[in-house]
Design a protein around this ligand. Sequence first.
Ligand SMILES: CC(C)(COP(=O)(O)OP(=O)(O)OC[C@H]1O[C@@H](n2cnc3c(N)ncnc32)[C@H](O)[C@@H]1OP(=O)(O)O)[C@@H](O)C(=O)NCCC(=O)NCCS
Length: 174
Amino acid sequence: MDSKTVIRPTEPKDIAALRRLIVTTWHDTYDDSIGRDRVKTITDTWHATGRLEDELHSPDCISLVAEENETLVGHGLIKRHAHSDVCLSRLYVLPQHQGAGIGRQLLKELEDRLTDCHSLCLEVEESNLPAQRFYEKHGFALLRRKSGCGDQSEIPTLVLQKSLTSVVTNNTID
Ligand SMILES: CC(C)(COP(=O)(O)OP(=O)(O)OC[C@H]1O[C@@H](n2cnc3c(N)ncnc32)[C@H](O)[C@@H]1OP(=O)(O)O)[C@@H](O)C(=O)NCCC(=O)NCCS
């Protein structure tokens, strides 16, 4: 990570750039496995400007950005769900900035803000092996498989979980 990289809460002024970051990273990550048109449909819905704005005002969300030289290069979002699960809903680093420690730093800063919960879960597409390796390296283990991701029922998905206490599971992702 560049020494000038700043991790900070997302602000209303970030929303347009944040949406561009998410859309760019989604196309780079998922076009080959999901298809460009479907990625556009999904990201137009899940990452609509109004939704991103709502997250900033929700007490159940923690939204952070990574910024370098006044440009957003990464984003992470944690959501607390009604059934009390706390999930890493997004972790995205712009393609040309990946592998430089930004994802690790965003994850750490998000986890540091979770002072009152015991575990963190996330969903990752079964085809997204690089992200699975990243999460495995950072302490997540396979909880279960499911046949859908969000409202996209046909995308094979893994649910991973990380204990934020000393209890660990032995499941590997394979
Ligand atoms: C997954 C992602 C968030 C990781 O962020 P990143 O900034 O690229 O990763 P970092 O540089 O912080 O990597 C941190 C560590 O994980 C390791 N790592 C990163 N990607 C890895 C991979 N594909 N396989 C194995 N290890 C990996 C790094 O070697 C590094 O190790 P270190 O801590 O020992 O130095 C980022 O690559 C990304 O946005 N990918 C595309 C979108 C995506 O798939 N998001 C997740 C959706 S569920």
